[in-house]
Design a protein around this ligand. Sequence first.
Ligand SMILES: C[S@@+](CC[C@H](N)C(=O)[O-])C[C@H]1O[C@@H](n2cnc3c(N)ncnc32)[C@H](O)[C@@H]1O
Length: 255
Amino acid sequence: MTVFADYAPWYDLLYQDKDYAAETAFVEARLRDCGVASGKLLDLGCGTGLHALAFARNGWSVAGIDLSHEMIASAKARAAKAGLSIPFRQGDACETGPERDFDAVVSLFHVASYQTSRDALVAMFRTAYAALKPDGVFLFDYWYGGAVLAQGVETRVKVIEQAPLRLTRIAQSDHDERAAAVTVNYTLFCEDTKNATIRRVDEAHHMRYWFPFEIDAALAASGFQPAAHAAWLTQDAPNLKNWAAYAVARKSVVP
Ligand SMILES: C[S@@+](CC[C@H](N)C(=O)[O-])C[C@H]1O[C@@H](n2cnc3c(N)ncnc32)[C@H](O)[C@@H]1O
Protein backbone atom coordinates (compact mmCIF):
# COMPACT_ATOMS: atom_id res chain seq x y z
CA MET A 1 0.00 0.00 0.00
CA THR A 2 1.42 3.39 -0.99
CA VAL A 3 1.39 6.52 1.08
CA PHE A 4 -1.85 8.49 0.51
CA ALA A 5 -3.90 5.27 0.32
CA ASP A 6 -5.98 6.06 3.40
CA TYR A 7 -5.41 9.77 3.16
CA ALA A 8 -6.73 10.17 -0.41
CA PRO A 9 -10.49 10.26 0.30
CA TRP A 10 -9.92 13.16 2.69
CA TYR A 11 -7.34 15.01 0.60
CA ASP A 12 -9.63 17.49 -1.15
CA LEU A 13 -11.46 18.33 2.05
CA LEU A 14 -8.16 18.92 3.84
CA TYR A 15 -6.95 21.30 1.18
CA GLN A 16 -10.27 22.96 0.34
CA ASP A 17 -8.69 26.31 1.23
CA LYS A 18 -5.82 25.85 -1.24
CA ASP A 19 -6.28 28.11 -4.26
CA TYR A 20 -5.47 25.73 -7.11
CA ALA A 21 -6.73 28.16 -9.77
CA ALA A 22 -4.44 30.94 -8.53
CA GLU A 23 -1.47 28.55 -8.30
CA THR A 24 -2.14 27.35 -11.83
CA ALA A 25 -2.24 30.95 -13.08
CA PHE A 26 1.06 31.63 -11.32
CA VAL A 27 2.72 28.58 -12.87
CA GLU A 28 1.37 29.52 -16.30
CA ALA A 29 2.87 33.00 -15.92
CA ARG A 30 6.29 31.52 -15.08
CA LEU A 31 6.03 29.13 -18.05
CA ARG A 32 5.13 32.09 -20.27
CA ASP A 33 8.24 33.89 -18.98
CA CYS A 34 10.17 30.97 -20.47
CA GLY A 35 8.34 31.23 -23.78
CA VAL A 36 5.94 28.32 -23.16
CA ALA A 37 2.38 29.64 -23.33
CA SER A 38 0.36 26.64 -24.47
CA GLY A 39 0.59 23.06 -25.66
CA LYS A 40 1.12 19.74 -23.89
CA LEU A 41 1.62 19.73 -20.13
CA LEU A 42 2.45 16.76 -17.91
CA ASP A 43 1.62 16.90 -14.19
CA LEU A 44 3.99 14.56 -12.29
CA GLY A 45 2.50 13.60 -8.94
CA CYS A 46 -0.85 15.05 -9.99
CA GLY A 47 -2.70 13.81 -6.89
CA THR A 48 -6.46 14.22 -7.22
CA GLY A 49 -5.99 16.29 -10.38
CA LEU A 50 -6.89 19.76 -9.15
CA HIS A 51 -4.02 21.54 -10.93
CA ALA A 52 -4.36 19.29 -13.96
CA LEU A 53 -8.03 20.18 -14.40
CA ALA A 54 -7.25 23.88 -13.97
CA PHE A 55 -4.57 23.67 -16.67
CA ALA A 56 -6.95 21.76 -18.96
CA ARG A 57 -9.66 24.39 -18.47
CA ASN A 58 -7.09 27.01 -19.49
CA GLY A 59 -6.54 25.21 -22.79
CA TRP A 60 -3.54 22.97 -22.12
CA SER A 61 -3.52 19.41 -23.33
CA VAL A 62 -2.83 17.75 -20.00
CA ALA A 63 -1.72 14.32 -18.77
CA GLY A 64 -1.15 13.28 -15.17
CA ILE A 65 0.77 10.58 -13.32
CA ASP A 66 0.59 9.68 -9.64
CA LEU A 67 1.93 6.84 -7.55
CA SER A 68 -1.26 6.47 -5.56
CA HIS A 69 -4.08 4.39 -7.09
CA GLU A 70 -6.54 6.18 -4.84
CA MET A 71 -5.43 9.67 -5.87
CA ILE A 72 -5.54 8.70 -9.57
CA ALA A 73 -9.02 7.22 -9.15
CA SER A 74 -10.14 10.51 -7.66
CA ALA A 75 -8.48 12.50 -10.49
CA LYS A 76 -10.17 10.32 -13.12
CA ALA A 77 -13.56 10.72 -11.48
CA ARG A 78 -13.09 14.49 -11.26
CA ALA A 79 -12.13 14.78 -14.95
CA ALA A 80 -15.06 12.59 -16.03
CA LYS A 81 -17.46 14.69 -13.97
CA ALA A 82 -16.09 17.86 -15.55
CA GLY A 83 -16.31 16.36 -19.05
CA LEU A 84 -12.56 16.77 -19.57
CA SER A 85 -10.46 14.20 -21.35
CA ILE A 86 -7.25 13.94 -19.33
CA PRO A 87 -5.18 10.76 -19.44
CA PHE A 88 -4.35 10.09 -15.81
CA ARG A 89 -2.28 7.04 -15.07
CA GLN A 90 -1.00 5.40 -11.94
CA GLY A 91 2.76 5.23 -12.06
CA ASP A 92 6.03 6.11 -10.40
CA ALA A 93 7.46 9.47 -11.43
CA CYS A 94 10.88 7.94 -10.80
CA GLU A 95 10.40 5.50 -13.68
CA THR A 96 10.48 6.91 -17.18
CA GLY A 97 7.18 6.18 -18.88
CA PRO A 98 5.88 6.52 -22.43
CA GLU A 99 5.16 10.29 -22.17
CA ARG A 100 7.04 12.33 -24.79
CA ASP A 101 6.99 15.70 -26.60
CA PHE A 102 5.56 17.77 -23.78
CA ASP A 103 6.04 21.54 -23.82
CA ALA A 104 5.99 21.68 -20.04
CA VAL A 105 6.25 19.34 -17.08
CA VAL A 106 5.09 20.48 -13.66
CA SER A 107 5.31 18.74 -10.31
CA LEU A 108 3.47 20.66 -7.61
CA PHE A 109 2.85 20.63 -3.89
CA HIS A 110 6.03 19.03 -2.65
CA VAL A 111 6.23 15.96 -4.88
CA ALA A 112 10.02 16.51 -5.16
CA SER A 113 10.25 16.37 -1.37
CA TYR A 114 8.45 13.01 -1.34
CA GLN A 115 11.60 11.76 -3.12
CA THR A 116 13.81 11.10 -0.13
CA SER A 117 17.13 10.32 -1.80
CA ARG A 118 19.25 12.06 -4.39
CA ASP A 119 18.94 8.99 -6.65
CA ALA A 120 15.15 9.18 -6.49
CA LEU A 121 15.21 12.90 -7.21
CA VAL A 122 17.48 12.40 -10.21
CA ALA A 123 15.23 9.58 -11.43
CA MET A 124 12.19 11.85 -11.20
CA PHE A 125 14.02 14.60 -13.07
CA ARG A 126 15.00 12.09 -15.78
CA THR A 127 11.33 11.24 -16.23
CA ALA A 128 10.58 14.94 -16.72
CA TYR A 129 13.51 15.25 -19.12
CA ALA A 130 12.39 12.28 -21.22
CA ALA A 131 8.85 13.66 -21.39
CA LEU A 132 9.88 17.12 -22.58
CA LYS A 133 10.53 18.43 -26.06
CA PRO A 134 13.96 20.01 -26.57
CA ASP A 135 13.79 23.46 -24.92
CA GLY A 136 10.75 22.34 -22.90
CA VAL A 137 10.38 23.68 -19.37
CA PHE A 138 10.17 21.86 -16.05
CA LEU A 139 8.69 23.68 -13.03
CA PHE A 140 8.44 22.03 -9.64
CA ASP A 141 8.38 23.01 -5.99
CA TYR A 142 10.22 21.54 -3.02
CA TRP A 143 10.71 22.03 0.71
CA TYR A 144 13.45 24.60 0.99
CA GLY A 145 16.06 23.42 3.51
CA GLY A 146 17.02 26.89 4.73
CA ALA A 147 13.48 27.60 5.91
CA VAL A 148 12.98 24.16 7.47
CA LEU A 149 16.20 24.51 9.49
CA ALA A 150 15.44 28.10 10.47
CA GLN A 151 11.90 27.35 11.64
CA GLY A 152 12.17 23.77 12.88
CA VAL A 153 9.18 21.45 12.90
CA GLU A 154 6.20 21.66 15.20
CA THR A 155 3.01 19.74 15.86
CA ARG A 156 0.11 21.16 13.88
CA VAL A 157 -3.61 20.60 14.22
CA LYS A 158 -6.10 21.38 11.49
CA VAL A 159 -9.87 21.09 11.91
CA ILE A 160 -12.23 21.26 8.95
CA GLU A 161 -15.99 21.23 9.23
CA GLN A 162 -18.18 20.45 6.26
CA ALA A 163 -21.44 19.28 7.73
CA PRO A 164 -22.05 16.52 8.52
CA LEU A 165 -18.30 15.79 8.34
CA ARG A 166 -15.71 17.02 10.78
CA LEU A 167 -12.08 16.28 10.05
CA THR A 168 -9.34 16.74 12.61
CA ARG A 169 -5.78 16.24 11.43
CA ILE A 170 -2.83 16.13 13.79
CA ALA A 171 0.58 16.38 12.11
CA GLN A 172 3.43 15.42 14.41
CA SER A 173 6.87 15.63 12.80
CA ASP A 174 10.21 14.00 13.56
CA HIS A 175 13.17 15.90 12.19
CA ASP A 176 16.48 14.23 11.34
CA GLU A 177 18.75 17.15 10.47
CA ARG A 178 21.67 14.90 9.53
CA ALA A 179 19.58 13.25 6.83
CA ALA A 180 17.73 16.47 5.88
CA ALA A 181 14.61 14.42 6.47
CA VAL A 182 11.28 14.95 8.19
CA THR A 183 8.75 12.23 8.92
CA VAL A 184 5.30 13.74 9.23
CA ASN A 185 3.04 11.44 11.24
CA TYR A 186 -0.52 12.28 10.32
CA THR A 187 -3.44 11.19 12.46
CA LEU A 188 -6.85 11.93 11.01
CA PHE A 189 -10.08 11.70 12.96
CA CYS A 190 -12.89 11.57 10.43
CA GLU A 191 -16.24 12.15 12.11
CA ASP A 192 -19.69 11.89 10.63
CA THR A 193 -21.65 13.96 13.11
CA LYS A 194 -25.01 12.88 11.63
CA ASN A 195 -24.38 9.17 12.07
CA ALA A 196 -22.19 9.62 15.16
CA THR A 197 -19.32 7.61 13.65
CA ILE A 198 -15.63 8.30 13.86
CA ARG A 199 -12.74 6.73 11.98
CA ARG A 200 -9.06 7.11 12.70
CA VAL A 201 -6.46 7.10 9.92
CA ASP A 202 -2.70 7.07 10.53
CA GLU A 203 -0.13 7.70 7.81
CA ALA A 204 3.57 8.55 7.99
CA HIS A 205 4.88 10.76 5.17
CA HIS A 206 8.64 10.69 4.68
CA MET A 207 9.93 13.96 3.32
CA ARG A 208 13.31 15.32 2.28
CA TYR A 209 14.11 19.00 2.21
CA TRP A 210 16.49 20.23 -0.41
CA PHE A 211 18.87 23.09 -0.97
CA PRO A 212 19.06 24.80 -4.36
CA PHE A 213 22.62 23.53 -4.93
CA GLU A 214 21.42 19.93 -4.48
CA ILE A 215 18.51 20.52 -6.83
CA ASP A 216 20.88 22.04 -9.39
CA ALA A 217 23.24 19.07 -9.16
CA ALA A 218 20.34 16.63 -9.63
CA LEU A 219 19.04 18.65 -12.58
CA ALA A 220 22.49 18.70 -14.18
CA ALA A 221 22.74 14.92 -13.69
CA SER A 222 19.44 14.60 -15.57
CA GLY A 223 20.41 16.79 -18.53
CA PHE A 224 18.73 20.05 -17.52
CA GLN A 225 20.31 23.47 -17.70
CA PRO A 226 20.74 25.22 -14.33
CA ALA A 227 17.51 26.29 -12.70
CA ALA A 228 16.14 29.54 -11.38
CA HIS A 229 14.92 29.22 -7.80
CA ALA A 230 12.38 31.37 -5.97
CA ALA A 231 10.05 31.28 -2.97
CA TRP A 232 6.72 29.71 -3.90
CA LEU A 233 4.21 32.10 -5.48
CA THR A 234 6.82 34.86 -5.64
CA GLN A 235 9.73 35.79 -7.84
CA ASP A 236 11.96 36.51 -4.85
CA ALA A 237 14.86 34.32 -3.77
CA PRO A 238 14.01 31.38 -1.48
CA ASN A 239 13.94 32.72 2.07
CA LEU A 240 13.89 31.52 5.65
CA LYS A 241 10.20 32.35 6.13
CA ASN A 242 8.85 30.18 3.33
CA TRP A 243 9.17 26.39 3.41
CA ALA A 244 8.12 26.09 -0.20
CA ALA A 245 10.44 27.07 -3.03
CA TYR A 246 10.22 26.27 -6.70
CA ALA A 247 12.66 25.78 -9.53
CA VAL A 248 12.27 26.34 -13.26
CA ALA A 249 14.65 24.45 -15.54
CA ARG A 250 14.92 24.03 -19.26
CA LYS A 251 15.73 20.85 -21.14
CA SER A 252 19.11 21.27 -22.80
CA VAL A 253 19.01 20.71 -26.52
CA VAL A 254 22.19 18.64 -26.23
CA PRO A 255 22.15 16.48 -23.06
C1 LIG B 1 0.95 16.57 -1.46
S1 LIG B 1 0.45 15.57 -2.79
C2 LIG B 1 0.31 16.75 -4.14
C3 LIG B 1 -0.68 16.30 -5.18
C4 LIG B 1 -0.98 17.33 -6.25
N1 LIG B 1 0.20 17.64 -7.04
C5 LIG B 1 -1.58 18.58 -5.65
O1 LIG B 1 -1.01 19.65 -5.84
O2 LIG B 1 -2.64 18.48 -5.00
C6 LIG B 1 1.90 14.69 -3.26
C7 LIG B 1 1.59 13.69 -4.34
O3 LIG B 1 2.82 13.17 -4.85
C8 LIG B 1 2.58 11.83 -5.20
N2 LIG B 1 3.87 11.16 -5.33
C9 LIG B 1 4.85 11.09 -4.41
N3 LIG B 1 5.90 10.39 -4.90
C10 LIG B 1 5.57 10.03 -6.16
C11 LIG B 1 6.22 9.29 -7.19
N4 LIG B 1 7.43 8.78 -6.99
N5 LIG B 1 5.59 9.12 -8.35
C12 LIG B 1 4.35 9.64 -8.56
N6 LIG B 1 3.67 10.33 -7.62
C13 LIG B 1 4.28 10.53 -6.44
C14 LIG B 1 1.70 11.31 -4.07
O4 LIG B 1 1.04 10.11 -4.39
C15 LIG B 1 0.75 12.50 -3.88
O5 LIG B 1 -0.39 12.40 -4.68
